[in-house]
Write a new protein. Sequence first.
Lengths: 212, 330
Amino acid sequence: MLKIALTKGRIERKMTETLKKIGYNIDPLINKDRELQINIEDKMEIIFAKSNDVVTFVEHGIVDIGIVGSDTLLENPFKDYYELLDLEIGKCSFAVCSYPNFKNVKFNRRKRIATKYPNIAKKYFESKDEDVEIIKLEGSVELGPVVGLTDAIVDIVETGATLKANGLEVIDTIIEVSTRLICNKTKFKYKKEEILNLIDLIEKYKITRIKG
Amino acid sequence: MELYKFAIPEESSGVIIDNVNKLRKFEERLRKIFYEKNYLETLMPTFEYVELYKSVYKNLDESTLFKYIDKEGKDVALRWDFTVPLARYYIAQKKDEIARYCYFGKVYRKEKEHKGKSSEIYQIGTELIGKKAIEGDVECISLLQKSLPIFELRDLKIELGSARFYNRLCQLIGNEKKEEFSNLLIQKNISGLKKFSEKYNMEENLKHFITSLPRLNGNIDVLNETIEKLGDEELRNSLIELKELYETMNMKEQDLFDLACVPNMEYYTGIIFKVYSKYVEEPIISGGRYDKLYENFGKDVPAIGMAYYMNNILKAIAKVGEENAKNSIN
């Protein structure tokens, strides 16, 4: 039995689709109500969690495998896992976003940046030889520039619809993001066959998807 | 206001009444084994200059050090490991003979907040200095094998890797790509290694081999199959070295080889080993050969050492206890 922590929401939906395509009976996933744990064909025990919690569960060996976005992995301080596979789902990108005239404005002070990802934001501006003030927001980060708290944001951009609706646009793309399959190192030593089996199935499906 | 009377700082490891007697029992048994083999017990200082660690660990993450500025204005850290102070001690003795040291004590490494991990790590370890591979490796591994039964943990796996194999891989790929390659290899990143080999247009055989490395983590069969397939002599020989060690040491069917093993310390040169228990998420013991460490102190001395992470061992034992209790109720 493989234990898997799955990031709730968008990644959960995309992964459910993948599991279906590689031949698992996913009815329990579709029919789930408020359960936090679901079993699939006695082969998988899946728990649903917020992205950073997925990493914590992998870190402590509570689950063997975590399905989580590379955005979370970049921001999270824990690095001691195997990142076995890029699932190539849930694709989006990290970007600096602001009003269109952001580039033309000369700032005589530190720029203020709103983000949920302070580490990534800090690293990015450092790489541009810039020092900025970072303000961590938990919810709709776009509010930063909209209400005038910050000059720009660093956030995940998928379709850009929210940006557009608020008059903002992508100023610079930082890095592409996609969903990854990560694995606890010790668990890999004890459940290698099972884990590689799942990986083979996904890889095979990825190839047919590209060809199709 | 009398706050913080009962709370202890997050960095502290909890009070371990239940485990103290177990810890002392293991300590005593390990000490007996080490003494029998002429390992001299040492008691290293608690405070060290930050410079000492920085000179050896070029990529040291300084945020893991507990440090302060002393009265001379120098950065001082709580002991971060035993291996480096012991290397300094050996060199300061100005002797050329073989030395065997063991130690029992805590190292202090800052962990991230609220991650359920303690920053005081109880380590027991040995250093065998001045004895080359394979002779030294055999002595170290046999000491390890002798000590394992005292923990009464089932399902332990010893895993062997080779820094020599890794170094040759980096050479074949091109040392300028070493960092990028190592970051992918250490994560067993199958997709990443594939993209990496495509990006640099590597020839088909090498591409295939690099991408297969994450899967080459298994028992002796994995090693044998790989040895048969390999064309490069140095890669082959480094694996044959592991195989010979496996045979000499009468290692077990469940023991592992990790061909994607990346030395986590820059000074590793030969075999690298770890011991896993299925009850804890981290290795319970790790060690390896580090013939380059002593260069930092101006001398060429071969050495091999290992450390037992007692926190993890006690955790595994507690888990086994819980499991047994559960089973006896059912």
